[in-house]
Design a protein around this ligand. Structure first.
Ligand SMILES: [Fe+2]
Ligand SMILES: [Fe+2]
Length: 240
């Protein structure tokens, strides 16, 4: 029989090269830190959003958003379990110390910016894994991306409403200086040493900086269209 090449895709039960499994677990861990951590009360950094919703309609929309984020967490929880890794609350004991989870969600304007900016980072990152070599991941990212599109639309709608009044716009502008660098940092370092390996194993298509550029090109005109000043893309950044 002809020597088989490296398979194009892997299922959970397939034998995997060590390098591949290591990179895959890394990809899942990053997603799990944001999404799966929500499944454990101690590390759920999102649970306050419901009480920031100003109207009954907003509260209902937030409950749907929150349920979808928990569902994303459960997808990643299941993917990890199927690789014989079962996340526990202890795995997320320090998630609150992660950068994005430290950004206080104090006001409805924060929630609007969170949805408009950081859910969009999620969308870019999940789209970057569409059709990836790990079949169970490829099967869920399209569904998650669809949900993220909804979260982003909701965030943009809320931000538009907030910016419709001078005081709201001033609040949004002040908080944009907090959220914009966070969103840009979420793409990771431009010189990530794992990047060529993710591409080699077809876990990700584009690199961090390519993705960040595409994001800036999309987001800048949206924010400017709301009359907001887009912060300098290098100011207050932690990961360049
Ligand atoms: Fe999500
Ligand atoms: Fe989301």
């Amino acid at each position: 029989m002809e020597q088989t090449q490296t398979p194009q895709t892997f299922e959970a039960s397939d034998p995997m090269p060590d390098e591949y499994r290591e990179l895959l677990l890394r990809v899942l861990k990053v997603a799990a830190d944001t999404e799966t951590s929500l499944l454990f009360p101690e590390s759920d950094w999102l649970k306050g959003v419901m009480d920031l919703a100003p109207t009954p309609e907003d509260r209902l929309k937030m409950s749907r958003f929150y349920a979808e984020e928990l569902t994303h967490g459960y997808y990643f929880y299941t993917l990890l379990r199927n690789l014989d890794v079962t996340p526990t609350a202890a795995d997320y004991a320090t998630v609150r110390q992660l950068y994005f989870a430290q950004v206080p969600l104090d006001t409805w304007t924060d929630v609007a910016l969170l949805n408009c900016l950081t859910d969009r980072v999620g969308l870019f990152q999940y789209q970057n894994m569409e059709g990836c070599s790990y079949a169970p991941l490829a099967r869920i990212v399209a569904k998650i991306a669809r949900d993220e599109v909804g979260h982003i639309a909701m965030g943009y709608h809320n931000l538009t409403t907030i910016c419709g009044h001078a005081d709201g716009k001033a609040r949004a502008q002040a908080l944009l200086f907090k959220w914009y660098p966070v969103a840009l940092d979420m793409f990771g370092r431009s010189d990530s040493r794992r990047e060529p390996l993710y591409k080699k194993w077809r876990l990700k298509r584009l690199g961090n900086e390519e993705l960040r550029r595409a994001y800036i090109n999309e987001v800048r005109p949206l924010l400017e269209g709301l009359g907001l000043e887009v912060p300098d893309e290098r100011s207050n950044r932690r990961f360049l």
